[in-house]
Design a protein around this ligand. Structure first.
Ligand SMILES: NC(=O)C1=CN([C@@H]2O[C@H](COP(=O)(O)OP(=O)(O)OC[C@H]3O[C@@H](n4cnc5c(N)ncnc54)[C@H](O)[C@@H]3O)[C@@H](O)[C@H]2O)C=CC1
Ligand SMILES: O=C(O)[C@@H]1CCC=N1
Length: 282
């Protein structure tokens, strides 16, 4: 079996995975990617030195890329997954594993458009995978063996933390680690705006906020780090931080974050239903 990996739909997420694998030493000659637009294909090929096919130029781009690949990673938006699965179904190599990174597309929905018995792994990665600091939650499809799971876990171990979870927990993982980088960036944005409101100039406020979130991230990266203990170490009794945390608690910030995560999970369940409804109508 070849070592070829095909990335089908190489935007933010699949691009981050591809970048992470290349940085971890995966050979660029063993990677082929597809995108929709010609300009994106040239940019990606130039940036990473991999072969990229644009679907606006080659209508069977995904089938071309998937043919002969041992791992095929579908990274289009949820609504586009079924069409890509149908496109590649006739050309998948025996023994190939199909990996999906799409939020809300269930194993059942993935398997419907692929050949009977096709090994499938549903994953929920995040974009820090590009730096080897990602999180990937994954679940085996109906026909994926332990060997298939282990193959994907091993491949993705260069991207950061890889955890296998029951499929029913993928939407929750999506709401925490899949979307989570955006929550951390949102915090950095809000801190920068708060700095401006306190009279700092915009550039300085952004630098202070950004480096602070980065520094805190590094501390969290130390073995055994506990966010609550790290927070307490900054919060002097009767000091200044205590007043900020008091306001966050009084205004219910933890509850707001929990509500946000719940809304993300609810949207995931809604998208799954929308995909079924669209299929029934077609
Ligand atoms: N962006 C993120 O942080 C995360 C995204 N995901 C999932 O990853 C998937 C992609 O999301 P993003 O990367 O954010 O979107 P994106 O829009 O950046 O990437 C999608 C890519 O697919 C290409 N594409 C669309 N249809 C195609 C086709 N038929 N053939 C070839 N290429 C095609 C587009 O040109 C684009 O490059 C989604 O299903 C999303 O749920 C999962 C976890 C995190
Ligand atoms: O926003 C989204 O739908 C995707 C899934 C998790 C992160 N981005």
């Amino acid at each position: 079996m070849s070592n070829l990996i095909a990335f089908l739909g190489t935007g933010s997420m699949n691009g981050a995975i591809m970048g992470g694998l290349l940085a971890a030493g995966y050979p660029k000659t063993d990677i082929i990617a597809t995108v929709r637009r010609r300009e994106s294909a040239s940019e990606l090929a130039e940036r990473y030195g991999v072969t990229v096919i644009a679907s606006e130029e080659e209508s069977d781009s995904n089938a071309q890329a998937a043919r002969g690949a041992s791992v095929v990673i579908i990274g289009v938006k949820p609504v586009g997954v079924a069409a890509v699965a149908r496109e590649i179904a006739p050309v998948l190599a025996p023994g190939a594993v199909v990996v999906s990174v799409a939020a809300a597309v269930s194993v059942e929905q993935l398997e419907r458009d692929l050949p009977d018995g096709q090994p499938v792994i549903r994953t929920m990665p995040n974009t820090p995978a590009r730096l080897g600091k990602g999180v990937v939650a994954l679940s085996a499809g109906t026909h994926a063996t332990r060997e298939h799971v282990e193959k994907v876990v091993k491949l993705f171990s260069g991207l950061g933390l890889v955890v296998e979870v029951p499929e029913a927990q993928i939407a929750a993982a999506s709401a925490i680690s899949g979307s989570g980088p955006a929550y951390a960036f949102y915090l950095a944005e809000a801190m920068a705006k708060a700095g401006e409101a306190l009279g700092l100039d915009a550039g300085l406020a952004l630098r202070l906020a950004r480096e602070t979130v980065v520094g805190a991230g590094y501390m969290l990266d130390e073995p055994g780090a506990d966010p609550a203990a790290l927070r307490r170490a900054v919060t002097s009794p009767r000091g200044t931080t205590e007043q900020a945390i008091r306001v966050f608690d009084e205004r219910g910030l933890p509850g707001i974050i929990a509500d946000g995560a719940r809304a993300a999970l609810a949207r995931s369940e809604e998208i799954t239903r929308e995909l079924d409804a669209a299929r029934e109508q077609a």
